[in-house]
Design a protein around this ligand. Structure first.
Ligand code: TYC
Length: 120
């Protein structure tokens, strides 16, 4: 004999919110305003100086910001000519980690390269 699947409960189980009742036998579903706010984003910026080799900056952009050689070279030249340039935009934690990694690599290499993060 086939077994019938259990029918769903007539009322939602404990803890499950119910739609409001309008008192006239109709169920009113309220429109929810969007509550999900996107996380604040931060841009990681490299600053120009007179001593860090161009090749090192290009390597940083490739290694830590996953830029291809052509894009990395363009960004490096923009920094060289304009004083600063955006490497990428990230969540707060990721941006902070990138800054730490870039500064650590620069110090290991003996370069004065500066890297900062700022609200995007
Ligand atoms: N200005 C440097 C030079 O002439 C190159 C450089 C580019 C340094 C970008 C830092 O963020 C920088 N060697």
């Amino acid at each position: 004999m086939p077994v019938e699947p259990p029918s769903p409960p007539a009322t939602p189980p404990e803890g499950v919110p119910r739609p409001p009742d309008d008192g006239q036998g109709a169920v009113v579903v309220e429109r929810q305003t969007a509550k999900v706010v996107p996380p604040p984003m931060y841009q990681v910026v490299l600053l120009n100086d007179d001593y860090t080799p161009m090749e090192f900056v290009v390597m940083v952009l490739q290694e830590y910001f996953k830029r291809d050689l052509e894009t990395a070279t363009q960004i490096m030249l923009k920094i060289h000519h304009e004083g600063r340039g955006v490497c990428g935009v990230f969540s707060k934690d990721v941006a902070a980690t990138k800054v730490e990694l870039v500064l650590a690599a620069a110090r290991r290499g003996g370069h004065p390269l500066q890297c900062i993060m700022e609200a995007a």
